[in-house]
Design a binder for this molecule. Structure first.
Ligand SMILES: Cc1cc2nc3c(=O)[nH]c(=O)nc-3n(C[C@H](O)[C@H](O)[C@H](O)COP(=O)(O)OP(=O)(O)OC[C@H]3O[C@@H](n4cnc5c(N)ncnc54)[C@H](O)[C@@H]3O)c2cc1C
Length: 495
């Protein structure tokens, strides 16, 4: 018999909802904590910038049993994703499991040397502790803003200039009639640049350090989900854990794979006019693909063509009386500086001694299946396996984690198994696929199928692939199909 546990779910975004459902479904008592006033995480309305929309097409950004509404566009807007997450919480009656406006301040091992953790909880100006048997951390990778500043910033602000993090750009009025300079080249940087340019900014400059490959929603007129998200494509990247035979096959196919990626680069160069805009990356595309590869913001190329956005390869040096001095030596006019410099990864409420066990000196996370660490007992992460279809990834790992917590995986790993696998993955990231080190190694893209195969095999799923081998090889991961694969894993209920 599996004992019913008291589970803390920290975070009420995509991952927290997936975890609450997975643990609740197995009969556990779930207590969810969300520090914001609402569910949604990055999609919560007060945190999203105007016109934000998904990078993933809608059928790749949904839970297995809850498609996005037919009426939604292929790439839904932020408020639509937010409404979708609410409808999922409603469908599975998850809202009552969460306490909103409630922050987890710290977590410590239970003093009575029982399994589990004591959480310090903060809400309404009060603080108290609560004990849990298991903690599911679902706090995402976008919770702590990266704060940077440059010389002269204080005087610039005193003169009426504005400096803000990209997540603080919540309405286009901020930029109307102003000279805007955005630091960063990620998707949020280009989204804001296009929004500002199309909403009356006097000038918009995008200042970033290096050119990266970007993928448009349609590559050569074809929705990129039909070209890039497939088993056949994924197997062309250098995956982990290849045996001697797979290495031999990979070596034999190398010229074909090389040609495939050069073909893709040629299309992208022409379609995105990369040479004309001096935006041609130096690294071959197959070496760069990871969760950090941005999708091209609709309107970006048109704005570049019309000179409404000026790209500059460089960085900020200092704020001056004339504006903003860049590392290129030029000084550009600036009323508003937007820092699209990302987020600090981390689990700040975890004691330092455990953080040291979790994160290596070079910032790489030690997580088996991107979820658990043998030196951090009675806890696991959901959503730290981010991908190009993070909703599905979160649901898959949540279903894996509840079985791990209950000792119900068919392949329940020992501490030695986990450490060996973690070591192998760290070695692969550092030596064979540096792009996989993005976000502390917490990214399963572009290896969605391989990652899901491992999770399903661990869970003992009887069905792990679609019956049609052609569809399995040449089409994108189907959320409903993964629902049937999950249902084919042994079921149980804690009591
Ligand atoms: C603009 C944008 C667009 C994106 N588009 C895509 C896309 O198209 N496809 C894709 O796959 N991914 C996309 N992503 C990635 C996105 O982060 C994930 O898809 C997903 O939303 C992450 O959900 P999460 O629940 O793991 O984390 P979050 O959404 O970050 O949620 C974490 C939650 O934890 C809460 N929290 C944090 N610390 C505490 C604490 N101490 N106590 C209590 N609560 C806490 C936060 O308030 C937050 O609500 C996008 C991200 C951004 C920012």
């Amino acid at each position: 018999m599996t004992k019913r546990k008291k589970i803390a779910v920290i975070g009420g975004g995509v991952s927290g909802l997936a975890a609450a459902k997975a643990f609740g479904e197995r009969g556990h008592e779930v207590c969810g904590f969300e520090r914001s006033h609402d569910f949604g995480g990055v999609w919560e309305l007060s945190r999203s910038y105007p016109d934000v929309q998904t990078q993933s097409p809608k059928d790749l950004y949904c839970y297995t049993d809850h498609p996005m509404p037919e009426s939604y566009p292929e790439w839904p807007k932020g408020p639509q994703v937010h409404a979708y997450l609410h409808s999922y919480a409603e469908k599975h009656d998850l809202a009552h499991l969460f306490r909103l406006n409630t922050n987890i301040k710290t977590m410590e091992r239970r003093p009575d040397s029982q399994p589990g953790w004591t959480l310090t909880v903060e809400a309404d100006g009060r603080e108290w502790t609560e004990d849990f048997d298991f903690v599911s951390v679902c706090t995402g990778q976008f919770s702590e803003r990266k704060i940077i500043s440059h010389p002269g910033q204080e005087a610039f602000v005193a003169r009426g200039g504005q400096v803000m993090h990209s997540s603080q750009y919540t309405e286009p009025g901020i930029c109307r009639g102003k000279d805007v300079v955005i630091l960063g080249g990620s998707k949020s940087a280009t989204d804001i640049a296009v929004n500002a340019a199309q909403n009356g900014a006097r000038s918009v400059r995008l200042v970033y350090r290096e050119n990266v490959w970007r993928v448009p929603y349609y590559v050569g007129g074809i929705n990129f989900k039909r070209l890039l998200y497939m088993r056949a494509q994924e197997q062309q990247f250098n995956q982990w854990g290849k045996g001697p035979f797979q290495r031999l096959v990979a070596a034999a196919l190398k010229p074909i794979v090389w040609m495939n990626f050069r073909g893709l680069e040629t299309i992208l160069k022409a379609q995105l006019k990369l040479k004309k805009h001096n935006m041609l990356p130096k690294v071959p595309i197959e070496k760069e693909v990871s969760c950090a590869v941005p999708v091209v913001t609709p309107g970006l190329i048109e704005c570049l063509d019309k000179g409404m956005i000026k790209p500059v390869l460089g960085s900020f040096e200092s704020y001056t009386d004339e504006g903003l001095k860049l590392t290129t030596g030029e000084t550009v006019p600036c009323d508003v500086a937007i820092l699209a410099v990302g987020w600090n990864l981390g689990v700040p409420f975890l004691p330092q001694e455990y953080q040291n066990k979790l994160v290596e000196d070079d910032g790489q996370y030690r997580l088996y299946r991107l979820s658990v660490n043998p030196d951090l007992p009675d806890m696991g992460f959901v959503g730290f396996n981010s991908s190009f279809c993070t909703v599905l990834s979160a649901e898959m790992i949540a279903n894996w984690l509840v079985r791990f917590a209950d000792g119900k995986l068919k392949k329940q790993p020992s501490a030695a198994d986990m450490n060996e696998n973690i070591g192998m993955m760290l070695d692969w990231r550092r030596n064979e696929r540096p792009a996989a080190q993005t976000y502390g190694g917490l990214c399963s893209a572009p290896f969605h199928f391989k990652h899901f195969d491992e999770l399903l095999s661990d869970m003992g799923a009887a069905k792990t692939k679609r019956s049609n081998p052609f569809a399995e090889r040449f089409s994108f991961p189907s959320a409903p199909a993964y629902g049937t694969f999950l249902a084919s894993a042994p079921q149980y209920r804690a009591e």
